[in-house]
Each structure stands twice: as C-alpha cells, then as structure tokens.
Design a protein around this ligand. Structure first.
Ligand code: HEC
Ligand code: HEC
Length: 190
C-alpha cells in the first residue's frame, strides 16, 4: 500500500513535468499579456495576433518595434513601453515555446484566389507559410483578420519593413483579404 502511494506520487510528479507546456520559466511580465493573448498565445480577438509557436527572434524584433514606436498600434505601444530587453527576450522565448494554433478563420471562398496571388510571397514566406529565416513571421495558420490588417498597415505606413513595402504597393484590399484567407488555413508543417 505504502509503495503504491509512493508510486502514485511519482506518477503525479512526472505528469507535472511532462505536462508543462514549456520548460522555460514563466516570465514575470507575462501577466500583462494574458488578457489579450492568453498564456499560450492564442489571441482573444481575431485581430489580435496568435503568438504561440511563432519564431522567437521575430517576436523580439516586433516587441522592440512596438516599444520604440516604429510599429504603431494603440494597444501594443502602451504594452511594450515598459518592457526591458530581458522582459522581451523572456516573453518571446515563452510564446515561441507554446503550441502553434491554426486559426483558419478566413473566407473559405477566397482561398483559391489567395493561392493564385501568393506566388510572389513564396520566395520569402515559403511554399507553406514558413519563412526562410526566424527573423521573419510564420504566416501559416495565423488569424486572417490580423494578417489582413498587417498588409493594410504596411501599405498605410503604420508598419514599416523595406521588403514588405514593395510587396503591398500594388495590392488592392480585396487581394489582401484573399491572401489572408489563404494563409490562415495552411496547417501543414514545412
Ligand atoms: C489590450 C490587449 C493587448 C495586450 C494586453 C497585449 N497585446 Fe500584444 N497585441 C494586441 C493587438 C491588438 C495586436 C495586433 C497589433 C497590430 O495589428 O499591429 C498585438 C500584437 C502583438 C504582437 C505582434 C505579433 C506579430 O505577429 O507580429 C506581439 C509580439 C505581441 N502583441 C506581444 C505582446 C506581449 C508580449 C504582451 C505583454 C507584454 C502583449 N502583447 C499584450 C493586443 C494586446
Ligand atoms: C522579399 C521578401 C518578402 C516577400 C516577397 C513577401 N514578404 Fe511578407 N514579410 C517579409 C518580412 C521581412 C516580414 C517581416 C516584417 C517585419 O519585421 O515587420 C514580412 C511580414 C509579413 C506579414 C506580417 C505577419 C505578422 O505576423 O505580423 C504579412 C501578413 C506578410 N508578410 C504577407 C506577405 C504576403 C501576402 C506576401 C506576398 C503578396 C509577402 N508577404 C511577400 C518579407 C517578404
């Protein structure tokens, strides 16, 4: 009986260790993010990015850009303003270590049109929405409304990257929505 109890305690301890979503310690600044991105990085609204499983170096660059104000968003500029470099590293590592969720919340009727327009995107974002470097974002499975908003932001200038500026120059809003609907439903690992 005693050994059975001990065995049960051992199994319980093992379950805690193996069941932990990530071995990285929970960052102290995480409490300020969960109301919108959850602990696992699943955005509570379709226009809040999914962060779980995203590339850590990319997340670091975005948090730095929100902090400096180079990337503009009313909610995120305030959130990032008080983060230290160490907070940013810890938060990026945490969210990158969570499982990636496929949002698949676009317009299913536009997926084919999106695929037809994505030829130009593959060189940088990969054939299946996984980029060629971890400094760049995974698009596969990301929330459609969020992706659509980002394409508009690159066009309007509230977000800047020299490579994306050229990409969106000739994209009309309808094409952006189709591309977002295509990328959100990609769920195959690269
Ligand atoms: C009040 C809601 C809110 C809170 C709290 C919040 N965020 Fe956000 N976050 C957003 C929204 C909205 C966006 C989309 C911004 C845009 O459209 O550019 C976003 C986008 C991001 C992105 C960009 C993702 C990408 O793919 O480029 C990162 C990274 C991020 N948030 C990290 C964090 C972290 C880390 C915290 C905690 C310190 C946090 N957020 C707290 C609302 C929030
Ligand atoms: C020459 C390389 C290049 C090409 C081609 C390109 N992109 Fe990008 N894309 C980037 C880079 C680099 C970033 C990261 C920008 C940053 O750090 O702010 C990015 C970011 C994005 C984002 C933001 C994602 C997020 O999580 O916030 C979207 C959406 C996007 N690209 C869609 C597209 C689409 C759709 C196409 C094709 C029509 C395309 N890109 C073509 C390089 C490229």
């Amino acid at each position: 009986m005693k050994s059975l109890t001990r065995f049960a305690a051992f199994v319980a301890a093992l379950a805690v260790i193996l069941g932990a979503p990530s071995l990285a310690a929970e960052p102290k600044a995480l409490a300020t993010c969960v109301s919108c991105h959850g602990k696992e990085g699943v955005g509570i609204n379709a226009d809040y990015a999914n962060l779980g499983g995203q590339n850590a170096p990319y997340l670091v660059l975005q948090l730095q850009a929100f902090r400096s104000g180079e990337r503009k968003n009313a909610l995120m500029n305030g959130m990032a303003a008080g983060l230290s470099d160490a907070d940013i590293d810890e938060l990026a590592t945490w969210y990158a270590g969570q499982p990636w969720v496929v949002a698949d919340n676009g317009n299913a009727n536009l997926v084919e049109e999106g695929l037809n327009r994505a030829g130009y995107c593959h060189a940088c974002h990969g054939m299946k929405g996984y980029p060629v470097t971890k400094d760049w974002p995974i698009l596969a499975g990301q929330s459609a409304l969020y992706l659509d908003n980002q394409l508009q932001a690159f066009k309007s200038g509230t977000r800047y990257h020299p490579l994306m500026v050229n990409v969106v120059k000739d994209l009309e809003p309808a094409a952006m929505t189709a591309l977002a609907s295509y990328y959100t439903q990609l769920n195959e690992a690269d």
